[in-house]
Design a protein around this ligand. Structure first.
Ligand code: PFF
Length: 436
């Protein structure tokens, strides 16, 4: 394998699992279901899938290609391909986005730790309403900061161990567990009493409830869920060798991510409806209020809530690892830091930046929207413009082609040059009200 002292994956499977681990996260199990319930159910799901295919996969391929052909972090990758211009700033935007996202992501992941702990110790089963459990957690900055610290420590500990021994190994353990837990919960959910009603809510398109805001939310969700627009896939691609097709890798990662998001919806909505709970009013509280409420009313509730929150935690951990790795790879490549100083230093700073999100839910929501609806789409747009218009076609082709050849290159390039940029620009302009 390539990579030398920067580290590298043990092989293609290691890369795919780690990249899928990055993609599958709180975005799939926490964000996707509540965004769906707020934006027209099946209508949101349809627009989301269209955004993944037309915009997400092409940009995913572009990012992996940039990383693989330069073996550099996002800033170094763009500098290597376009020396002397402003393009490395796009990589810088990614590094900053890594800070912003991980700061509040660590807080929400901390909630999952708290709920897991409550499930294991039986506190969740003590009879209090889940609304009050959630409010008492989110009303206590100290409790949130403690769990956020535990979560960040776990993230740093993995990243500090390196690409293969840390990131890849963690993904190889956590991803299969996540899928197994999800399937167990799916079995329970689909056999629950009003499963059909939940499925119909999740899958029936209600376009009147979608609107342009919903379309922007779907696009933002695609970027967020696929870990695009901030160089995570550039970074992971930089530990990959030239043997495999970037298109096949991109399609594989995106399918796994979309499958897990849809499966999460198939678990959550049947549960919610079977227990007569209202999914539309909770927003970010959906999986922390409505879902545990439903799980508690089932037999073996302690086991089920443990499985659910462990699943959420594993998903969050493999994603947080990739967020931190973007910053760490940047510090190692550009400033010659050792991996462990970079991981501990950046992890500590990001933890501190997350404290405002632990103190105010409004701040957390604002940071989340800033990242997913502005930073990631803008970052993705610039990456698409770079690869589609700035990078000479021969270099793009050389980066694209693996040992398996260059199949799909023309269609991919068309998407990167036209479809993805136009979609992102139209939706951003719509958002700032340019079309009235
Ligand atoms: N894809 C992750 C999720 O769905 O939770 C979040 C994420 C990870 C976004 C890494 C961006 C990123 F670079």
């Amino acid at each position: 394998m390539s990579g030398g002292s920067r580290g590298s994956w043990s092989g293609h499977a290691g890369f795919i699992l780690a990249a899928a681990g990055s993609a599958v996260g709180l975005g799939n199990v926490w964000r996707f279901p509540y965004s769906t319930s707020q934006n027209g159910g099946g209508a949101f799901v349809l627009v989301y899938i269209a955004a993944v295919l037309a915009v997400g996969v092409p940009i995913m391929v572009a990012e992996v290609l940039l990383g693989r052909s330069t073996q550099r972090n996002p800033v170094g990758a763009l500098r290597a391909l376009a020396p002397g211009g402003g393009w490395p700033l796009v990589g810088m935007l990614g590094v900053v986005a890594g800070f912003v996202i991980l700061s509040y992501y660590g807080v929400v992941a901390g909630w999952t730790f708290d709920y897991l702990f409550m499930s294991l110790t039986g506190t969740l089963q003590s009879g209090a309403s889940m609304q009050s459990v959630f409010e008492s957690l989110t009303g206590s900055p100290l409790r949130q900061i403690c769990w956020q610290a535990v979560f960040m420590l776990a993230t740093v500990a993995v990243v500090a161990r390196g690409v293969e021994a840390g990131i890849e190994r963690a993904s190889k353990v956590l991803m299969p567990l996540l899928v197994a837990f999800l399937l167990v919960l799916l079995g329970y959910a689909l056999t629950s009493e009003k499963a059909a009603e939940g499925l119909s809510f999740f899958l029936t398109p209600r376009f009147t409830d979608l609107g342009w805001d919903g379309v922007l939310a779907a696009l933002g969700q695609a970027f967020f869920s696929l870990s695009l627009g901030m160089g995570a896939m550039i970074t992971y691609g930089s530990y990959l060798d030239n043997e495999y097709s970037v298109l096949r890798s991109g399609c594989l990662i995106a399918s796994m991510d979309t499958l897990i998001a849809v499966l999460s919806g198939l678990v959550i909505f049947p549960l919610v409806f079977s227990f007569g709970l209202d999914s539309t009013v909770y927003g970010p509280g959906l999986v922390f209020v409505v879902v545990p409420e439903a799980l508690l009313r089932m037999p073996a509730s302690a086991m089920l809530s443990t499985l659910f929150f462990a699943l959420l935690l594993f998903a969050a951990l493999t994603s947080a690892i990739s967020l931190l790795e973007v910053v760490v790879a940047f510090l190692i490549d550009e400033f010659g830091w050792s991996r462990s100083s970079a991981a501990w230093g950046a992890g500590g700073l990001i933890f501190a930046l997350g404290i405002p999100s632990a103190m105010s839910g409004d701040f957390l929501g604002w940071a989340d929207r800033l990242a997913s609806e502005v930073m990631l789409p803008v970052g993705g747009l610039l990456i698409a413009l770079f690869v589609g218009w700035k990078l000479p076609v021969e270099r793009a082709l050389a980066g694209y082609s693996g040992a398996g050849g260059s199949g799909g290159f023309t269609l991919w390039r068309l998407c990167v040059r036209f479809v993805a940029p136009v979609a992102v620009v139209v939706i951003l302009l719509q958002k700032i009200g340019l079309f009235g």
